[in-house]
Structures are given as structure tokens and as C-alpha cells.
Design a protein around this ligand. Sequence first.
Ligand code: SF4
Length: 72
Amino acid sequence: MVSPEGRSLRIKAHPGLCAGWGNCHRFAPDVYPLDEHGQIAVHLFEVDAEHADDAWLGAQACPQSAISVIVR
Ligand code: SF4
């Protein structure tokens, strides 16, 4: 996957695939909130360029491949 290099991102998370590892939140707590079960609590959203690198790393760190990233 291509890194964002300062561009904004569209993120699509798949809560049905999430197994609650929490890696996404560890890399980018401001981008990936978790619910009370430790599973990702967001679906489709935009991330500005300022948070794009963290968002990208968090998506890469997901062992379930539950986060898709679209570079804008
Ligand atoms: S890293 Fe993946 S499996 Fe873990 S909480 Fe985040 S979305 Fe879920």
C-alpha cells in the first residue's frame, strides 16, 4: 500500500472483522476510537493530512486487515 505522504485519507473500517487487538488505537488514538469491548468504533470517515501518517500506520498494524485506506 502507498503511504499518504502528506495527503488526506478516506478510511473504511470493518467492525465485523475486528478482533479487538487494539493496534490501530495504539498507533493513532485520535483517529481510531475503540468501543467498550476494545473493538473499532468507526466506519467510514475522512482523515486530514495532519493525521494521515498515524492513520496509515494504524491501518497497517491491524492483524485482521479490518481497516481499508484510500489515499485522496
Ligand atoms: S487493530 Fe484491527 S483488530 Fe485491532 S482493534 Fe483495530 S481494527 Fe480491530
